[in-house]
Design a protein around this ligand. Sequence first.
Ligand code: IPM
Ligand code: MG
Length: 364
Amino acid sequence: MKGTIAVGPGDGIGPEIIAEGVKVLKAIEKKYGHEFTLNYFDFGGVSIDKFGVPLTEENIQLCRNSDAFLGGSVGGPKWDYPGSKAYTNTAGLRIRKDFDVYANLRPVKVYAGMEGCSPLKPETVKGVDLVVVRENTGGAYFGLPKKQWTENGIRWAVDTMIYSEPQIERILRVGYELAMRRRKKLASIEKQNVTETGKLWRAMAMEMSKDYPEVELEHVLADACTAWLLREPAKFDVLVMGNLYGDIISDEAAAVSGSLGMGGSAQLAGLPTGSDLAWGFYESSHGSAPDIAGKGIANPIATILSVAYMLDYTYQLPKEAKVIDDAIATVIKTARTTDVMESGMRLVGSKEMGDLIVEQIEKS
Ligand code: IPM
Ligand code: MG
């Protein structure tokens, strides 16, 4: 397999964790005879410092000429404050819209031995292995009208939650396809009891279930879903939902695992299965953590997992992805970065964590 990947290390701990992700990618390249060309560019605050914007047109083109974009985390107090002329997160939102990455996959897995890292009871989170599939380019984030105005001295604001049939169809299909590759369970999340978008969503989920008779479909209201995630998170396999619910519920689901440092993500412009390469934006779910930047202690696993998702979903290399996941599962049994440190474990920094995972991949 030959590929071209745009790499934007970003700000704060971004460059440190991207270095470990790339290290793992190189190990896979070597072991399986793939060839990936990496094109590095400035993304986020570093780009604002150099060019005044968090993402230049030239670098958007560089991403367009690549199969995927592997991004570090962006942001920091230097750029992101009320009244700032250039917020770093506009870069990511621009990519969502320009590249039409309509499916945001946010997997949450509690690895065996890491149950103690969760704020929930260890027996509650045992075996949690789910994916939140968030619609990423529509709904309340982008619907129009979206504005503030004043009428008779009263201030108003509106956001519009709007979905078309094709928008719902394609995201539900991602949910179904992913469920087919996994444990064949799909939870469709909406608020059909109050919203029209929810009613259409539920009707379409039911209609499409005819195409996927093997998938067990469950409808869960968004508010009830937040409760189930605390009570019985292990019952979920794939959860599919609109943009705003996905923003909220993916944070909750990530918290169930106990550490943001273990959460990678994939934002896809196509199906995660099939023969066509789906352009994807792969990044850790956590922020740039300016407070620990440069210390070499950040957990690189979220980024390493994002590399695994890239191999899996853009390059259709599930075997290589699984080798990475298995390596992580083995390494975390004895070694941990500080964010997920537990008694009896060896405390390691970012580099050593990357090395241990590479070592495990080479052995496999
Ligand atoms: C996320 C973030 C973004 C969002 C912010 C940074 C705009 O919270 O990716 O979940 O709300 O989508
Ligand atoms: Mg969010």
